[in-house]
Design a protein around this ligand. Sequence first.
Ligand SMILES: Nc1ncnc2c1ncn2[C@@H]1O[C@H](COP(=O)(O)OP(=O)(O)OP(=O)(O)O)[C@@H](O)[C@H]1O
Length: 252
Amino acid sequence: MDSLVKLSNITKEYGTKIKTKALDKINLEILEGEFLSIIGQSGSGKSTLLNIMGTLDRPTDGELLFKGSKISRLNDDALANFRNNNLGFVFQFHHLLPELSVLENVLIPAWITFEKKPTATIIDRAKELIVLVGVENRVNNKPNELSGGQRQRVAIARSLLNNPSLVLADEPTGNLDSDASDNIYELLRTINKELNTTFIIVTHDMHIAAKADRVIEIKDGEIVRDVSNRSKAEEEAFKEFSPKNCLYCKSL
Ligand SMILES: Nc1ncnc2c1ncn2[C@@H]1O[C@H](COP(=O)(O)OP(=O)(O)OP(=O)(O)O)[C@@H](O)[C@H]1O
């Protein structure tokens, strides 16, 4: 598999007088088609890492590469353009617009990208995605007429509209009960396999995290574990991610 995202010595400090080092020289390579989860206790740097990989925030130091091209020094307009063409985002609180229907919410990235009425082709794509995520019987409903799981499905469909190669998800199941969480996980997995979309998921849910191909654990802004679940041998190592052995879980 080819390299999709590469971080070289990424450091992030917040503040001017009182500085907080949220990330400390992170080196990480993510391959096309990977399904990766990031775990770590509160304040460890997970969201900061996700935001930097999603170009929503800039590193203080280090280099971010996407498909081999340096992107951390692009200006704001070029970065916005890059995001619209390559990335999708899913958040814990789906951020659907309450006055818009399911279909209109899924079409939001088209308005942002083209700044004009979506074409028939794009509307067809939105409808296909709505079928893919399983809310086709709610296409004209408003978000407040949907369950939490259905809203998250709509947010996932929206994240896929521009056919991103990478979707970054911050606690995508954080607001859902365990059945709905499992269903959302299965949906993300299906998209990963069928569309070869790469997923990076920040989660506190060990049950979800442990099902990923690869689990990264962050502590105090550093990667303290990077376990891949691809080979048999690695599967054994992966079993370490039980609540009993997980570094992060021990602190719970
Ligand atoms: N805008 C900010 N200004 C100053 N410090 C910040 C800012 N955002 C995050 N931090 C600090 O950076 C560190 C990492 O925060 P981050 O939000 O990345 O952690 P997290 O692992 O995602 O936490 P949680 O699981 O609670 O969401 C924390 O010490 C946090 O207080």
